[in-house]
Design a protein around this ligand. Structure first.
Ligand code: ZN
Length: 471
């Protein structure tokens, strides 16, 4: 009994949800060979390396936050997603991952020269495992312009040739796209099923060309919000639960412990027989929708949400402070120049801004009223340097009281709302551009996979042309 995780871009958190359910209700499934392509290889490697699931959740969330911080998200020329993935893997994978992974971890990648599939299952070092994962998840233009080399062979994303590698014998396949995989979402799109439109994702697997899947394909290229990641993770947990329940494997902790102590390793041995009666088993959730994520995963999501709120508080404060500086500057220009030396200094010396602001009378309780929801001393406890704002943000926290006088100024509020509206509009446009580019990129991959290299080339050239023009 082996398992394979499909490539799925930023939807990899779905795999963590699946793994959480399997670890609880059918841990034997994760003890054998684990395969993957693209984002699926990261989940596979983490499971082989025994990385705790909360750490996997944290890495997924922080990567998505890091990518979404940039303008154009992961398509920002200054953002290298491969480097961020490499840093994350170096952090979480154990040093002996290459020993654990040899003959257990199977990574699907595609040779660029001839488009053939290459499954790697023997590794020399931790960096060798990480390089294989990066090769397996390299999408041209999305990950960078030049594909990496693995053992002197130029490789690209495993999804080009086999997005869900399978083993001889039984393989449980996992994908966040609805299709013929064992664990995948259920879609209501009857029309797609009736017409039978399928998109091959490997020799043995396909996904349905439904509206839901098209939406998922577009989203897989966009870093999701933390709230959406919780939904996706829960979806994975519930889909795995449905799969195990359909095999009569869902049972209470007592019954599971008995199976583990008996050394059972097969689905047949774990299957609950109809004549077995256990009141604890009967008390387990009957409806898939009442199945919830484990608390340790939810705790990580909540911690990351809290961190995000802190960052959002700092960003909005920064905007307010810039407005204040601008207003000060305008006042200085409009007022008769009674203190020209000081005014001219404030234009060229940023530190003098604070000294000007401090002259404004501030109520003693103003800090609590205007500070972001999190106390500033907690901010120093932020241990997630990857997604933390720049160091100078901490100085902003100290200066929170200066915001207070502005909040009562209608002109200031107007300018803030204008800025907010502009930022929202810009975000919408950026999101639309990323969706279009992501969809075109995916179409290029599918065209190549389906044997239309010229169509694929045309799409890629179009994307490169647009990228160059926008610069
Ligand atoms: Zn039981």
């Amino acid at each position: 009994m082996n398992i394979s995780f499909a490539g799925c871009g930023f939807m990899g958190i779905y795999h963590v949800g699946v793994a959480a359910c399997l670890k609880t209700y059918a841990p034997f499934i994760l003890e054998n060979k684990i395969a993957g392509a693209s984002a699926g290889t990261m989940a596979a490697a983490a499971l082989v390396g025994g990385v705790p699931l909360p750490d996997m959740v944290r890495e997924c969330v922080q990567l998505a936050c890091l990518a979404s911080e940039k303008i154009l998200g992961p398509f920002n020329p200054n953002f290298n997603i491969s480097n961020s993935i490499r840093d994350g893997l170096r952090r979480v994978l154990p040093d002996d991952i290459h020993i654990l992974a040899t003959t257990r971890l199977y990574i699907s990648m595609t040779r660029l020269a001839d488009g053939t599939n290459w499954i790697v299952s023997d590794f020399d070092s931790k960096d060798d495992v990480i390089n294989a994962i990066l090769g397996s998840s390299f999408i041209p233009l999305f990950s960078g312009l030049f594909p990496p080399k693995f053992r002197d062979v130029t490789v690209v994303d495993g999804g080009y040739s086999d997005n869900v590698p399978t083993f001889l014998g039984t393989t449980i396949t996992v994908s966040p796209f609805h299709g013929n995989q064992d664990i995948c979402p259920e879609d209501d799109s009857e029309m797609a099923h009736l017409l039978g439109f399928k998109l091959p994702t490997g020799p043995d697997t396909n996904i349905t060309l439904s509206a839901e899947n098209m939406e998922r394909l577009g989203k897989s290229m966009i870093p999701p919000k933390i709230e959406d990641m919780i939904v996706l993770c829960k979806q994975g947990y519930q889909d795995a639960f449905r799969f195990l329940r359909s095999r009569n494997i869902i049972q209470c902790e007592n019954c599971r412990t008995q199976k583990i102590n008996a050394g059972y390793k097969k689905i047949e041995e774990w299957r609950k027989l109809s004549n077995e009666s256990c009141t604890l088993c009967q008390a387990l959730p009957q409806s898939i929708h009442s199945v919830e994520l484990p608390n340790d995963l939810l705790d990580v999501f909540n911690e990351e949400l809290e961190e995000e709120r802190k960052r959002a508080g700092r960003v909005s404060f920064k905007v307010a402070k810039e407005d204040l500086n601008e207003a000060d500057h305008n006042i200085e220009n409009a007022t008769p120049n009674t203190n020209s030396a000081e005014a001219s200094t404030s234009e060229i010396e940023p530190t003098s801004i604070d000294s000007n602001i401090k002259e404004v009378p501030i109520p003693s309780n103003s800090q609590q009223e205007v500070a972001p929801p999190i106390a500033s001393d907690n901010i120093n406890e932020n241990t997630h340097k990857e997604v933390a704002p720049k160091e100078d943000a901490s100085h902003d926290d100290i200066d929170h009281p200066v915001c207070k006088p502005d909040t009562n100024d209608p002109n200031e509020n107007d300018s803030k709302s204008k800025i907010d509206t502009t930022v929202k509009a810009a975000n919408k446009i950026t999101e639309a551009i990323v969706v279009v580019k992501g969809t075109l990129c995916k179409l290029g991959l599918f065209a190549l996979n389906e044997g239309y290299p010229f169509l694929s080339l045309a799409l890629m050239c179009f994307l490169i042309f647009k990228a160059l023009r926008s610069r």
